[in-house]
Structures are given as structure tokens and as C-alpha cells.
Design a protein around this ligand. Sequence first.
Ligand code: AKG
Ligand code: FE2
Length: 402
Amino acid sequence: MRLEVDYAQHPAFAPFVKSTASADPFTGIFDVIDAAIATRIDGNDCQGVVLAEARANIRRLIDEEPDIESTFKPFVAAAFDRAVDRCADEEARRRGWGRGLAGASGEARRRAEQILEEGYTAYRMPPETIREVRELLMPDIERLRRGLVEVPDEVIITPPSNPVARDIVKEFCEQAGVFEALSAYYGHPYRDLGFAIHLSYSKDTWFRQFDDIGLEMPQTAQMHFDLSFEHPKAMLYLNDVSEKQGPFSVVQKTEPWEWFGSELAFRKEILYGVAYFTAEIHGQTMTGNRSVLRIPEARRIFVSLPCSLRRLSHAGDHILDGTDLSRQLLRAETRLVGEAGLMPIFAGSHVFHRGGLVTEGERWALQIVFPPSAPESPPPSIARRIARRLRRIPSRLTKLIP
Ligand SMILES: O=C(O)CCC(=O)C(=O)O
Ligand SMILES: [Fe+2]
């Protein structure tokens, strides 16, 4: 699926759009990067010359682009560099996919293949177990609910205060084969989890972006890709979730390896780039889980990019209602409604998804993150870079990356 948003038509961005030309010097750039990465991985570019040329060419194009503000240029160049690294890493993993299936059980294989093909697989915790988990967490939930009267403009979330709840969820994941399925999918071991209790209700406002111009969020609001490839997640419902309680949902993939390329990598990295720019150059940040695009300066700088670079991983927030793209996405959306205990597990970095937009009642859910086991953790340099980014990123990205 092509996720092209026409920012020149969007009331919150249009006033800042400089160029409306649909072809620009960056047209086709992602194909060039993908080809250079493939050449490198195929062993036909041992010195990395093709990739280095591609990087140099991108820097030159950025330098020469009159619409990109000079203070923003270093952030765009850095975003491209990170996108190339991210994409090269993911492409290598894609090629190695299937290694984990070899020794796995039939059930784990089936689950891993479903995660690949559909982006998610759903488990169901038995009613007596989910009741027990909910009882243990009730003091936390009640505390969150008491806070609702203050109507905070922030995601309502808390770590569990009773460690026994985590033990039970972990034991369920072991017994139900969740860890085995994830290990089969990723080709290295997963055996741990962490979670936060997340309460959603109809007065939530943390996901809004355009209150400054009195514009409602569109029907596709919150559809996004997660940023971290290695950290699959799950939502475990603690109450019954119907269409109105903001079920977790995914947009059907058009093919299993959809979105494994430099374009999606860039979409994620330029979002960081915009956040770094507004923080470092303008001293403006968004606390907690709110989007950096609430800041008009962030919108202005983002659409100073030429048309073919106006791409974000969190595009659902910007797709206008009534457009073909909006209709297509809403038609392709699968909403995981179900009783307490339903637990969709998802590889959110490569499936467009959302959840928690409640129109009636409340949703109580555990947002679970599965970290890869230590021996297979990224090398220290990458781990340090990720940790640094997590500390600096000031938007709702903190919710979306573990
Ligand atoms: O709240 C939800 O259902 C979705 C949360 C989400 O997108 C995530 O954890 O990555
Ligand atoms: Fe997500």
C-alpha cells in the first residue's frame, strides 16, 4: 500500500508548504538506497562504495535543496544516515528469516508465519487467570480512575505495583507458547516481558495535534508503525473491548515483507529528526506521549521538505477524511474486539496499527513489551545509540518504543 499524504491540502500544514511539485530531486531516492543495500549484502560491493556514493549523493541533494532551511539540513542528513543503517540491519534480518522456524514446534511455526503475514497473532488468557490478574492490579486501576477527574492531556498509564501479576502473565506466555512463537519469528530467544497498565477513555486528548487551529483528528488517527523492530508487543485486555472501547487494530498487509525498505526507515528517522530540530534549535519539546507535531514549528519544518520526503511513520494522523487513502485504510482495518483475556501480539514496526481510541466506556489493558534475550542483544554501540535516543525523544514516541 502506498501511504502518500497530500500535505499541501491539509489545513494544519498547507500554510507552510513551499513547493507543491510532485517530482523533485529526491524522487526515486529510496529505490536507489534499497538497491545499494542489496548490492552490499549480496557481496557485490565489499568496500561499500555504492552505498557510500548513495550517502554522498543524498548529502549533496540536501545541500542543494533551496526549500529546506539551512538549520534543518544537518538533521535531515542525519535522519537519512540513520535510515540507511536501520534499513541495512532490517534487510539482513529479512534475509535470515526462517532460521528460527527450523527447530520450532508446528504451533510456534504457524504463529510465527501469522505474525509475518498479518503482523499479529491473538492469544486468549483463560477467564479465571485474567480475573486473577485484574484483581491484583485493581488498586492501580482504581488509582488511575480516580485521576480521570483531572482530565490529564496525557496517556493514562502506570507500572504494576504488584509483581505477582507479572509472574502470572509471564507464566501464561510460557505455557501458551508465546515465547516460543516469538523466538521462531525472530530467530533468537525471547523469554521475558514487561508491561504497563494503560487506561483509555472517551475524554483522552493526548493524541490530538491540531487544537491550535480547531481541527479534529481524522478517522485514521493514530495509525502508525512502531519504531523498534526487535521489541514485539501485546495488548492484553483486562475488560471486554467492543468497537467502542478502542480495540487494538491492524491494517491488513498487502504482502508479508511490505515496508521492509529505506522508505519506512526514513519515515521513522525523520520523525526523530523533526523532534531533535524543534528541541535543539527552538527549545520546544513535547512531554510524555504527545506528538511533536502539535508544535506548529515542527509542522512548518517538516513540510519544508520536498514532496517526496514528506513521509512519516505516524501518517494516520494526517490523512484527510473522505480521501481514497482514508477509505482504503479504514476498509483494510481489522479491529480485535473481544472479551477480557484477549491478547493480540504484534510486530508493530512493520504493520500499520493503532488502538485505545475509546468513544464510550473505558478500556483497561496491559501494554506488554517483549525484549530480546541478552545474548542476542544489539552490540553495545547500537544499544548506546538507542538508549541515547530514548532519553532525548520528547514526543509520544516514548509510548511506542520500549
Ligand atoms: O493501545 C493500543 O491498542 C495500541 C498501542 C500501540 O500502538 C503500541 O503499543 O505500539
Ligand atoms: Fe504502536
